[in-house]
Design a protein around this ligand. Structure first.
Ligand code: NDP
Length: 480
């Protein structure tokens, strides 16, 4: 059925960004050449090569760690905490001033809709710097001991799903607590981290306080295993998280891991269905489902299953999939050919294992990496699509009859990062929340983030918390 009111194209202009043909590493306050073989970064929506980016070798990582150590010992460590806070405020303000530039660049490099990079990623990244700027001179009041001290040099490795936001989650608390940083962005999304390096220069941040070393997994391995790194912070897959835990074991390094998830989004029969459907859509299709805390397992009370699935399919039929630079787009491109192949492989398992696959009508663009929003019904807890992190726009629907069954099914996973509950009954929400083994539980909403709120997992979702007062602990020594 064609709608009476068709959308007119509403493309965001890309003229605000000036993408250079090539980028170096950001070490000791300057852009320098890398000695590894450069990588190409690609627009996921068009497959156009955006730029060539240097790869950091072991020697480059060593240079960056030495610069970070010098900055820690000579400048950043001894600096008055209130002055460190001023630098963080300055960075936050510059991120706001250049917000549109960051949003456009993030969308070009990642494939996510401009609406999300503009309204979620960039404002939240600035908010993380503002929030942590406030903590810089109040650390003795954080409940972590009378005189908490920084650890030293933090080696940080981040993924491609929220490139600038994950950078902010890592760098803001590290700097506010007096540490210096060597950060490796993901291979497919390095550009906003390199623009952030320009912000560090613009803010006159002392050289060496933040170093950005681009490259692939080998560069990440060099960062986390460098002997002069005091703290390792990683967000990414459980598999790489395990390898990092093994590499760090037996050293003095402190470690936080934020890994995968397979969150249950639980809809009780008293939930307002239209509101729940909006939350289900936001839970799994936000950022193409490339979200560690995505609500990828929908648990619906049996009596409302058919009504919820019908309303959900109607709603998905109205989602706009396509050009991420169009301001009306709801779902953009899958970040890379590799990720698309992984999503296809896991959804193929869903069909061979006997689940029923549903996708809306409509064509996908010819070029680029795309996957339609997908719903599997008739899913059993043993199916791979109910157990493995797909990290794409793929929802598995399961049912339950009683609250106890809902809790048992929700907790029946090797992960424990997040969950959602939809119900009108406050007492039920509180009781079920208490029984869920998940770091974050949303009630009548999903995928809400705030720098004041700690985020992190149980079980194979990792350990440690990021954000809030609790997140500061990962970067501080509280022994006297
Ligand atoms: P990875 O875990 O491989 O990547 C995360 C980061 O770690 C990247 O910067 C990566 O570099 C780097 N890295 C890779 N290997 C090592 C290593 N041995 N030592 C140190 N750093 C390393 O995730 P992928 O991008 O490969 O995605 C694979 C799957 O992981 C996805 O399909 C998804 O299921 C899951 N994933 C989960 C995320 C989450 O937040 N929970 C985030 C990203 C992925 P490089 O980019 O060059 O590979």
């Amino acid at each position: 059925m064609t709608s009476l009111f068709e959308y007119a194209p509403a493309p965001e202009s890309r003229s605000i960004v000036d993408i250079r043909p090539s980028y170096g590493l950001f070490v000791d306050g300057e852009f320098t050449d890398g000695t590894g073989t450069p990588l190409k970064t690609v627009n996921a929506a068009t497959e156009e090569v955006l730029s060539e980016v240097a790869t950091g070798s072991d020697a480059d990582v060593d240079r960056a760690v030495r610069a970070a150590r010098r900055a820690f010992v000579k400048v950043w460590g001894p600096m008055r905490p209130a002055d460190r806070g001023k630098y963080l405020f300055r960075i936050a303000r510059l991120l706001q001033e250049r917000a549109r530039e960051f949003a456009v660049l993030e969308t070009l490099d990642n494939g996510k809709p401009i609406r999300e990079s503009r309204d979620v990623d960039v404002p939240l990244a600035a908010a993380h710097f503002f929030y942590h700027a406030g903590w810089a001179d109040k650390l003795e009041h954080a409940g972590l001991g009378p005189a908490p001290r920084p650890l030293g040099v933090a080696g940080q490795v981040i993924p491609w799903n929220f490139p600038l936001l994950m950078l902010a989650w890592k760098i803001a608390p590290a700097l506010a607590t007096g540490n210096t940083v060597v950060l490796k962005p993901a291979e497919t999304t390095p550009l906003t981290a390199l623009l952030f390096a320009e912000i560090c220069q613009q803010a006159d941040l002392p050289p060496g306080v933040v170093n950005i070393v681009t490259g692939a997994g080998e560069t990440g391995r060099a960062v986390i295993s460098h002997p002069d790194v005091d703290k390792v912070a990683f967000t990414g897959s459980t598999e790489v998280g395990r390898a990092i835990a093994r590499a760090v074991a037996g050293t003095e390094k402190r470690l936080t891991l934020e890994l995968g998830g397979k969150a249950a989004n639980i809809v009780f029969d008293d939930a307002p269905i239209d509101q729940a459907v909006e939350g289900i859509v936001r839970g799994i299709f936000f950022n193409q489902g490339h979200v560690c805390c995505a609500g990828s397992r929908l648990l619906v009370q049996e009596s409302v299953h058919d009504a919820v699935v019908a309303a959900l399919q109607r709603r998905i039929g109205t989602l706009r999939v396509g050009d991420p630079m169009d301001k009306n787009t709801d779902l953009g491109a899958i970040n890379s050919a590799e990720q698309l192949a992984r999503i296809r492989e896991l959804t193929a398992f869903g069909e061979t294992e006997g689940a029923t696959c549903w996708q809306p009508d409509g064509d996908l663009p010819d070029r680029g990496f795309w996957f339609k929003p997908t719903v599997f019904t008739d899913v059993s807890p043993a199916h791979r699509i109910a157990r493995d992190e797909v990290f794409g726009p793929v929802l598995s629907v399961l049912t339950f009859r009683t609250p106890d069954e809902a809790v048992a099914k929700a907790n029946n996973t090797t992960y424990g990062l997040s969950a959602g509950i939809w119900s009108e009954k406050g007492s039920r929400i509180l009781k079920v929340t208490d029984q869920l083994r998940a770091g974050v539980v949303w009630a009548n909403t999903f995928n809400e983030f705030d720098p004041t709120s700690p985020f992190g997992g149980y079980k194979q979702s990792g350990y440690g918390r990021e954000g809030g007062r609790q997140g500061l602990a990962a970067y501080l020594r509280s022994d006297s």
